[in-house]
Design a protein around this ligand. Sequence first.
Ligand code: TPP
Ligand code: SF4
Length: 290
Amino acid sequence: MSPGTTAATTTVTSTAIASAPLTARDFKSDYNPIWCPGCGDFSVLFAFTRAFASLGLRPENTAVISGIGCSSRIPAYLTSYGFHGVHGRSLAAAAGLKLARPDLTVVVASGDGDGYSIGGNHFMHACRRNVDMTYVVMDNHVYGMTKGQPSPTTEPDWDSKLSPGGTGLRTFHPLVIALAAGANFVGRAFSGDPKGTGDMIAEAIKTPGFSFIEVLSPCVTFRPEQREWRQAVRPAPVTTTDDPARAARLIMSDDGFNIGILYRGDRKPYQPPMGHGTKGPADLEKGFAI
Ligand SMILES: Cc1ncc(C[n+]2csc(CCOP(=O)(O)OP(=O)(O)O)c2C)c(N)n1
Ligand code: SF4
């Protein structure tokens, strides 16, 4: 969807209006979310708008890319460029966009089913490649959109209609995998704290390279017990480190409810080699001419 429908980008007095600071509300589109009442994703949507406004971004310079799932509906609810893509492929589309248009702020929205199952391979390589973008995964330990199917972060003993007796499968550990694969910023947020989540997204955007945030975002329909996450979350007992091994030790030994920016590194973001992207299909064909 195009950002051109906002008052800020219409013609007449556009010069004066275009330089006026925008509020969080300016980044919200006219579409009303169809999420279930109480879904954590409402607060994450607000956190996105808050982060964009606090950084002084503009809809025409911002792109939000997603895959499939309840969480992946976010681009439709925002006034910015957006792309609601296919299952698990949002990071590939976003990396291509950022390399072609480095002037854009690129943020990717996903869920634990979309991002860690079908998109798991893209996740690791996005961390390794370190393209300058921010990846926000709304983790509710379930596929909400497919009516409660277990995801890679679902607890092994979670008993449900679609997984009677539980899957018995060990859970995937996204934050540690991100650290091991080379992400430059790793944090955990809670949707019940939209202000804190917005501030963390802003910090992630400001940090060069690939930033990853796991947002604990309850699915109140298929995991109503997640309403209790509000009592479980707490600020992480340590400050942000630039030592990935230290961050990994903390994350491996915590109970999954420590909130904060857990790691921030200084890896140089990926830059395409000089001349990359200047050749068209005709040039490539010439290279293969017999
Ligand atoms: C194993 C598997 N691969 C792909 C799909 C297709 N699919 C439908 S919804 C969805 C993602 C929904 O889960 P999640 O990312 O956790 O988002 P939520 O709806 O919980 O926000 C995917 C990948 C599927 N249902 N099962
Ligand atoms: S099914 Fe779950 S994740 Fe999807 S909108 Fe409803 S509460 Fe949110």
